[in-house]
Design a binder for this molecule. Structure first.
Ligand code: BEZ
Ligand code: FE
Length: 286
């Protein structure tokens, strides 16, 4: 059969056939699925050439907004629910352990390690003072010692340190002792918009969506023998809990940040970590 003269019906099969020499089986699977679904999308939408080019321009602009401080593609993945879909596929089955949610774009490696009980807010940081307490256990109820807890959050004005070009603020690492307990001071989390001055912001406006996330505090737990957990705690009563711009809210992660008589906010949460996944040794190729 001559490999030419394709039409709308026969083209997809030929593109798929040309993947036959892909040596990496996972890449072959991914490319096959990608081509199939993209062709099906184009058949369904039936774009004009101008519309197709507009799509290419959107992706080009998204790339131009990316640098070491801004990742517009992650933001796109977050706002169209793909980041949470990947999270559900990989970490959906938590059984009795704490649920995960999106990492987001504001995690920074190398935050300062502080002694337990310290504040993560530099003097003058906007926001209402808050104390966060909790514990870390494994699924058998044993306290997790020597765990590294990364915490990070936006200030009371709704901005993260990296958005204000200031030094590190409102982020730190703590290390648990034998009792697995932790406590530190921070500011009460407030709702804030995801960065919306770029192409993703335009997409949100064009689709009639708001850019807001409910107030939350980010956590990443790394501990010997345990699976790493990336999650948030959300503020109970926040008006954006049911319309988070990145679909990250889970009921089990919504917490009461209550105001104490001292005027300070307080919250408590006991986290449970899954055991580390054992990776099987790769099978020998025949
Ligand atoms: C955040 O939690 O800070 C965040 C998450 C996803 C997209 C944008 C911001
Ligand atoms: Fe955040």
């Amino acid at each position: 059969m001559p490999i030419r003269n394709f039409n709308e019906k026969t083209l997809t099969a030929e593109v798929l056939a040309r993947l036959h020499a892909t040596s990496d089986p996972r890449l072959k699977q991914v490319m096959t699925s990608f081509v199939k679904h993209l062709h099906a999308f184009v058949r369904e939408v039936r774009p004009t050439p101008e519309e197709w080019f507009r799509g290419i321009e959107f992706l080009t602009e998204t790339g131009k907004w990316c640098d070491d401080k801004r990742q517009e593609y992650i933001l796109l993945s977050d706002t169209i629910g793909v980041s949470m879909l990947v999270d559900f596929i990989n970490y959906g089955d938590t059984k009795n352990a704490t649920e995960s949610t999106v990492l987001g774009p504001f995690f920074v490696e190398g935050a300062p390690e502080l002694p337990m009980g310290e504040t993560i807010a530099k003097p003058g940081t906007p926001g209402e003072p808050c104390t966060m307490r909790g514990s870390l256990k494994d699924t058998k109820g044993k306290p997790v010692a020597n765990a590294v807890i990364d915490v990070w959050q936006g200030a009371g004005d709704g901005f993260y340190d990296v958005q204000k070009q200031e030094g590190m603020n409102l982020r730190a690492r703590f290390r648990t002792g034998a009792d697995g307990k932790f406590w530190f001071r921070c500011v009460r989390p407030v709702s804030y918009p995801v960065p919306n001055d770029g192409p993703v912001g335009k997409m949100l406006v064009a689709t009639g969506r708001h850019p807001m996330r409910p107030g939350h505090l980010h956590f990443k737990f790394t501990a010997p023998g345990c699976a790493t957990l990336v999650t948030h705690l959300f503020v109970k009563g926040d008006k954006y809990l049911d319309s988070d711009a990145v679909f990250g809210v889970k009921n089990s992660l919504v917490v009461n940040f209550r105001k104490a008589k001292s005027g300070e906010y307080q919250a408590n949460y006991d986290f449970v970590l899954l055991p580390e996944k054992r990776t099987r040794p790769a099978r020998k190729r025949r």
